[in-house]
Design a protein around this ligand. Structure first.
Ligand SMILES: [Cu+2]
Length: 489
């Protein structure tokens, strides 16, 4: 893989993915005509999976990795992978303190894994590259939910294959609920005024199959497409039913960073980030989401609304990737009922506020940083590629640590840490924007930027099972931009 990065073949392939969008002559790809054909399909709401309680009080969830196919582009079938369905998986709903057992069966003809992104759990239950589920095999991780209400997710984390498997459809959402969030009276009727939005850009071959190129390429952008899938529906529309509606947005894309706003630039309230509720609601007109990040927002609609969610291009948005423009339509004509009150100003309680002086240890993670900025070490962490047989960091259980992530490469990288939810203490020495002042597990680090993360490794020591930290641009991760840490007692 590494040797291929600079080959002429890959250069030509990647060149077709330029800023102007998809070019047909080289690759024979399908483009999506702008205009009428968009925004005719209703947004799909993934099924909700609430589990079955067994006699020991453990909630069991059955998850089947399988092949499927779907007509994303009307007339053509796209071969896919999915979990309990053709493409993507159900929303797994949990509550804090639940004891959970996942029964994952892999009916694919290839090995895979299922990683619980954002979940605090023992390393051997984590579903990272060491917990391989061979073709035809099953895996039964068990854990207790020990974290507050939040929107988390699950996805394949197969070494070198994560990008392709997630792109094919191996991903889904996890909701954690708790009493405190219940008490806030947030919109919470699933699929009605509490709506998941899984954002994924895709490219298609002329035969309708996904176009996927795993090579980061000389631009090293990772895989991007020109067709927006939301919950697996291309350029969907939603007939809004409640005046105040909550959206739980996941950037489930392999590489694309979104800058989201409404076409009328209306204000909305962000109420949660990766690891749960914000301390206070944050009014926004634009929301940036990097791969792996989540945000919950509350939007007010009116009966005469005819508004689009739009991905706008901003400088520093990866390697010159333009925004996708309008990606989803909201039709307000079905809005009924009175306008209920807004979410409270104060949301989360007890968000830890670890200070650098509390840290038992400070570590540095340098992203990229070869002598030539686009040279062969552009996709390393501390100069190293991922090695399954090398433990990069050893942490003591219970410790508070400060992790400084420095980006010496010319592109933005979303840095993700397994096991913990961290606080972003500072960006280049400055307090981060309000959207980032709660618990997070993924943080975008811009070129030249240094981000200081504070975290605590509360429980679960195991010297033999590592957790991962990595770039969440999946083609970067697959190319080796990942490291391993163990938590020891
Ligand atoms: Cu990266």
């Amino acid at each position: 893989m590494k040797q291929n990065l600079y080959s002429r073949r890959n250069f030509l392939k990647t060149a077709t993915l330029g800023a102007s969008g998809i070019l047909l002559p080289l690759a024979g790809r399908l483009t999506w005509a702008a205009g009428e054909s968009r925004f005719t399909r209703a947004l799909d709401i993934p099924p909700l999976l609430e589990g079955e309680m067994d006699k020991d009080g453990v909630l069991n969830f059955d998850l089947l990795l399988r092949y499927g196919s779907r007509d994303f582009l009307e007339e053509r079938q796209t071969p896919t992978m999915g979990i309990n369905g053709d493409y993507l998986g159900p929303v797994i709903r949990l509550r804090t303190n639940d004891r959970v057992r996942m029964n994952v069966r892999n009916t694919l003809a290839e090995a895979s894994t299922l990683h619980w992104h954002g979940v605090h759990l023992p390393a051997r239950m984590d579903g990272g590259p060491h917990q391989v589920i061979a073709a035809g095999d099953s895996w039964h991780p068990e854990f207790q939910v020990r974290q507050p209400a939040s929107t988390l997710w699950y996805h394949s984390h197969m070494l070198h294959e994560t990008g392709r498997q997630v792109y094919s459809g191996l991903a889904g959402l996890i909701y954690v609920e708790d009493e405190h969030a219940d008490s806030l009276d947030l919109p919470s009727e699933y699929g009605v005024d509490d709506i998941p939005l899984v954002l994924q850009d895709r490219a298609f071959n002329a035969d309708g199959s996904f176009f996927y190129d795993s090579s980061p390429g000389p631009g090293m952008r990772g895989m991007m497409g020109d067709v927006m899938l939301i919950n697996g529906v291309a350029f969907p529309q939603l007939r809004v039913r409640h005046r105040r509606t909550r959206f739980r947005i996941l950037n489930g894309s392999n590489a694309r960073i979104y800058n989201l706003e409404f076409s009328d630039r209306r204000r909305f309230l962000q109420i949660a980030s990766d690891g749960g509720l914000l301390r206070r609601r944050v009014p926004l007109r634009r929301l940036r989401l990097a791969p792996g990040e989540r945000a919950e927002i509350v939007v007010v609609f009116d009966w005469d609304d005819d508004v689009y969610l739009r991905d706008v291009s901003v400088p520093g948005n990866g390697m010159g990737a333009g925004g996708l423009g309008d990606i989803m339509h909201f039709d307000g004509s079905g809005v009924a009922g009175a306008l209920v009150g807004p979410p409270p100003v104060k949301l989360a309680e007890n968000i830890p506020s670890w200070k650098p002086r509390d840290a038992a240890r400070r570590r540095r993670f340098v992203l990229g940083g070869g002598r030539r900025p686009m040279g062969p070490r552009a996709l390393t962490i501390n100069g190293k590629y991922m090695d399954m047989n090398r433990i990069d960091e050893t942490v003591r259980v219970g410790d508070i640590e400060a992790w400084e992530v420095i980006n010496r490469s010319p592109m933005a990288h979303p840095f993700h840490v397994h096991d913990v939810q961290f606080r972003v203490h500072a960006r280049n020495g400055v307090t981060p924007p309000p959207s980032e002042r709660s618990l997070k597990d993924t943080v975008l680090v811009q070129p030249g930027e240094s981000v200081l993360l504070m975290m605590q490794f509360r429980d679960y020591s195991d010297p033999d099972s590592p957790y991962m930290y990595h770039c969440h641009i999946l083609e970067h991760e697959d190319a080796g931009m990942m490291g391993q840490f163990v938590v020891t007692s």
